[in-house]
Structure formats: C-alpha cells, structure tokens
Design a protein around this ligand. Structure first.
Ligand code: DON
Length: 587
C-alpha cells in the first residue's frame, strides 16, 4: 500500500486512541450509608427519595416518590406517560412488577406499514400512533398498595411542588431539548411547555409544568383518576383528533402484572432480574451461564481474552433474543431452556477463544435444541429469515433508580417513555408526555427498531400485547441477603451494561462506583459490530480484538446506570453513573 493511502488510516486510528480516556472515568463517586440509600438519575429526585426514607418511609415509598420526581425533572427519559418494570425485595421474598405500556385494542400487526407493505417512516416513533397505554401510575399505585407504608398522597406531593413551582434546567435537559426541538415544535402542548416563546430552555432557566402539577394533584387524590374520568377523556379525545388509538376503555382496562422474578445461580450468588415481556432477565442469565465457571479473574479484567468471550456470549444471546422473545401472554417463550446452565454450556462450546465469528455464523437455537433443555417447549414462532444487519442509533432516555431501606427492603426500577421525549405528544391540559413504546415491537419481521434490534413474529404488534423490552432491574443476593441492586437505561445496551457492572462488582471486586464508571462493550448480534466505550480500553487490547476478527466501533453514549451494594458488615454503598448528572445519597 502506498504511504499516502496508509497515512489517513493511521491518523484516524491515532485520533481514536487519543480520545480514549474521558475525565469521568477516573472520578467515581461513592456514597455510604447504614440506614438507607437512594440512587437516581437526577439529584432532585434522589433527594426526594432520601427525604421519604428519613421520614420513616420504606424502600417502596421512596421508590414511588423518586419515580414521580424523575417524571417531572427528566421528562425526556421517563414519566407518567410511559411505563416500566421493578423488582421489590421484602422480608417475604422477591416480586417483579410489570407496568409496561400495552398496545391499544385497535392496534394491529401491520399498523406501521403502508399499502405496499413498506414501513412508514417514523410512524412507530413519533406522534400519537407511536404511544402505548401508559402504565407508570398504575404500577406505582399497585406496588404502594401492596408494600407501601406512608400515605400515597404524601409520596406524590413533592413532585406536585416541583412541577408547579418549577426546577432549574440542567445542561443535560437543555441538550435533550435542543436535540428534539423539531419534534416538540410540532405538538402545540409540548411546544408551550418545553419551548416557551419558541426558545429552547437553557441550563439555569426554570421549567414549570402547571398542567402536570394539576394531573399529579388528581392522581394524589386517587391514582385511578389517571385511567378514568377527565384525564382519560382528555387522552382519548386527543388521540381521536390526531389519528391515535388509545381509548378510555384501553385506559380503564390497563392492569400492571405481578410476575415471578427470573432468578439463576451464578457462583455463590443468586441473580434475579425481569422476566418477559422484558428480555433483560433471560439474556442476563443466559450470558452468565455461557460464561459459566470460567476463571474471569485469571483471564483478566478488560483483557482481550475476557472481552472477546463477553462479546461472543452477547452475540449468541441477542441472536436468540431476535427469534424467541416476546410477550408471554401471546407467544411461548422457552425461558427455562434459554436460561438453563446446560444450554449456556452448549452455546459456550460454539465459541472459539481465539477467533470472532461473524453474526451470520451465529443463529438463534433451533426449537429441537431448546427442547432438550425444556421438554415440551412448543414450536410456535414460525421460522424467520435472518435479517440484514442494521445500524444502531443513539438515544439518551429511560431512567433507573435503586432504593434500599433500613430493613434492607429493596426496589430496583427502570421506566421509560422510550426514545428521547417519547412520541413528542403532550396531551393538552394534562402535561402528560406520551411514550413511543410501540417502536419496541418488531414493526415488521427483521426491521430494526430505534436501537437496531430486530425481532420476528414473537414480537409482532397485537392488540393488548406488551412490546418486548430490554429493561433489566436486577437484584443479586448472597445467602438470601442483598449483595447488589442495579439497573440502567440504554435501549439494547441495558442488558450488557447490567451484566458488566455485575461482573465488575461480584467478580472483579470493584466497588459500585468503580463498577458503574468502568468502560463497557456491547455486541447485539445485529449489527455485527463490537461497540466500545471510549474509556479505559487499552489500544493494544483493541488491536488484539480486531486481530481476532471483531469489527470495533466507538460509541460515545452509554446509559447512566446506578447501583447499590451491601457490604458484609451491612454498610450500603451506592453510586450513580458519572457519565451523567445522577447521584446516590445515603444516611
Ligand atoms: O424497553 C426498552 O428496552 C426500551 N424502550 C428502553 C429505551 C431506552 O433505554 C432508551 N435509552 N437510552
């Protein structure tokens, strides 16, 4: 090759290397506490939760109040117009609550296709048709009904005040508003709130949401007010005027669902996470099973050998995800097989320790294979053709929070409006910003969603169905005692983020601040790329991974995770991701 040809390549490579260690990578923030701890994505929300704990509220009370506060101060990420999942650990055991959005009754399989069968651009991402039936308020009310201690209205009160009196816009929020200016501009109610006088709010400005405060006051009186009466009528009529599908009946019929958490053994730990309709628990356990009893310490933290094994394990799991995962009320998901250690061991045998496979060489397991690990697992999802490999777009939404109280009750909760500012639709006079969670369905087999994830029949749209998620609120216990509670945003990268924080903490003995701050990798089978966090990966390691055949791409956005761990002496240590503005606070 001529030198003139080599130089630009070398320059690009050198440039990539020089941008490898951002400042935050070296400055993890660790909070300690004995009685309780809250970790959330915004300091105002963390403080709301901490105040509730200090007033004698339990983890559920604090989680409810923190979730509502996030809904006010982080409108781009999550809110009462969206939905989510939580795991709660009490003295009676662990439970999972699914308060994810559901497809309206009028939804249909091909609703995002035009007359020629082509996917209509952005129809599942923007505007009224992209919204699923919101579940946040129903979910919070349900977990509070079952486990809460303080009166519901007291938990809503701080958020009413923040919405009504306003709060200071941060850099993060201002940037988000810039990024979605055009979308918000299109919706009169959104414009009025988020672009007052047509201007994007800047850091330091005040954001008041008086309509949202009014809605929260009504919800404080009775959470069911979200699902019937004036608010439900406002949602239905806005939908009717704008080609949306959600009706009062859909809202009235919305129910959160208690589910058994999905748990597996990893070394001396019990790892529990969210079962379907999230794919989080299945694939977190699957990857841990593929890693099996490999001596990861011996292999070395962030060594090319370890990163290679992680990447290949992720590739396998996301191949299975694309085919088998969907709402269990509609499709048979072979959860037992996919999470069985023996199946993990089988998939491990397919991985070469020296060479990367191309994603085309890695297929979802055959039903016949899975039936060996789950006798009777039924063939229900027709064979799909393996799709073309799409590109992943970036997004910075979704919010995770983690709470532990003095009795070591735990809530780990991830909720979202999906893409930044969801559908961009605010229902007039309610301040409710609606989600665009319908994009988490496979709008057509093999057509990637906003996170580049592909799916098949198992995740096709149907009335009342729940779109497949990656949200992975996770609790790790050791001898029945809390060891680690963790979760993250980041779309398709949520599962691998939670995986790596868990390994950093449990296997590599990093504290939660170091574990959360550390650089991450991600592989999701399609596209066939190994995404690398620009922090802390040694150039020689990256070169070695390339040598093994990985197609490496730097990704600058990674979800702002948070986590709380309990040390052997009962001390709590918490940390929010230094990548963004969250905080952990304990007492
Ligand atoms: O449920 C899911 O998996 C997605 N709707 C989450 C979206 C998300 O995390 C966006 N984040 N950065």
């Amino acid at each position: 090759m001529k030198i003139a040809k080599i130089l630009p390549v070398f320059a690009a490579f050198a440039l990539q290397l020089t941008s490898i260690t951002p400042v935050w990578a070296a400055s993890p923030r660790l909070s300690k506490g004995q009685k309780g701890m809250v970790a959330a994505a915004h300091p105002v929300a963390t403080q709301v939760g901490l105040n509730i704990l200090k007033r004698g509220g339990n983890a559920v009370d604090a989680a409810v109040a923190t979730t509502l506060a996030i809904s006010v101060v982080e409108p781009f990420s999550a809110g009462i117009g969206g939905g989510g999942f939580l795991l709660v650990k009490t003295k009676d055991g662990m439970q999972a609550l699914d308060f994810r959005e559901r497809a309206p009754q009028a939804a249909s399989r091909d609703m995002y296709l035009d007359a020629n069968g082509k996917v209509k651009s952005k129809a599942s991402l923007e505007g009224h048709l992209s919204a699923g039936i919101p579940g946040t308020i129903a979910g919070l009310a349900e977990v509070h009904r079952k486990y809460g201690k303080l009166p519901w209205a007291e938990l809503v009160k701080p958020s009413i005040e923040i919405a009504n009196n306003g709060f200071t816009v941060t850099e993060v929020l201002s940037k988000q508003l810039w990024g979605k200016k055009d979308l918000l501009q299109k919706n009169p109610a959104a414009r009025e709130i988020f672009l007052p006088d047509g201007q994007v709010l800047r850091a330091g400005d005040k954001l008041r949401q008086v309509d949202l405060a009014k809605t929260l006051r009504s919800v404080a009186r009775n959470p069911q007010n979200f699902y019937r009466g004036e608010i439900a009528r406002a949602i239905e009529s806005d939908m009717g005027r704008n080609g949306g599908l959600i009706t009062q009946k859909d809202l009235q019929n919305y129910r959160p669902i208690w589910r058994d958490p999905l748990c597996g053994k990893f070394r001396q730990y019990q790892v529990c996470s969210m079962p379907p309709p999230s794919s989080g628990g299945v694939h977190l356990l699957q990857i841990l099973n593929i890693l099996g009893d490999t001596d990861l310490v011996e292999m070395g933290w962030h060594s090319s050998a370890t990163l290679h094994l992680l990447a290949e394990s992720m590739r396998t799991a996301y191949a299975d995800r694309s085919f088998y995962l969907g709402d269990p009320a509609f499709v048979k998901v072979p959860v037992t097989a996919l999470t069985s250690p023996a199946y993990g061991a089988l998939r491990r045998q397919e991985i070469s320790l020296t060479a990367a496979r191309s994603s085309k060489q890695v297929q979802p397991a055959a039903w016949e294979t899975l039936r060996r690990f789950q006798p009777g697992a039924a063939v229900e999802n027709p064979i799909q053709k393996i799709p073309a490999l799409p590109n992943v777009k970036e997004s910075q939404d979704t919010s995770h929070l983690t709470v532990v109280d003095r009795n070591r009750q735990v809530v780990t909760l991830t909720f979202t409006v999906n893409y930044n500012f969801g559908s961009g639709v605010v229902v007039p006079k309610t301040g409710i910003l609606l989600n665009d969670e319908m994009d988490d369905f496979a709008v057509a087999p093999g057509v990637p969603n906003a996170f580049g994830l592909v799916g098949g029949e198992a995740n096709a749209v149907a009335p009342g169905k729940t779109p497949l998620s990656s949200m992975s609120p996770t609790i790790v216990t050791e001898n029945g005692k809390l060891r680690l509670a963790v979760g993250a945003p980041g779309g398709s990268t949520i599962i691998t983020t939670v995986l790596q924080i868990t390994l950093n903490n449990l296997i590599y003995k990093m504290n939660v601040a170091e574990a959360v701050a550390a650089g991450r990798i991600h592989h999701q089978w399609a596209p066939d790329k190994l995404l690398i966090d620009p922090s802390g990966f040694d150039p020689a390691t990256l070169a070695d991974l390339r040598q093994r055949g990985h197609i490496i791409e730097q990704r600058d956005y990674w979800g702002n995770a948070n986590a709380i761990e309990q040390l052997a002496d009962g001390t709590l240590q918490g940390a929010a991701d230094p990548r963004k503005e969250g905080t952990a606070a304990g007492f």
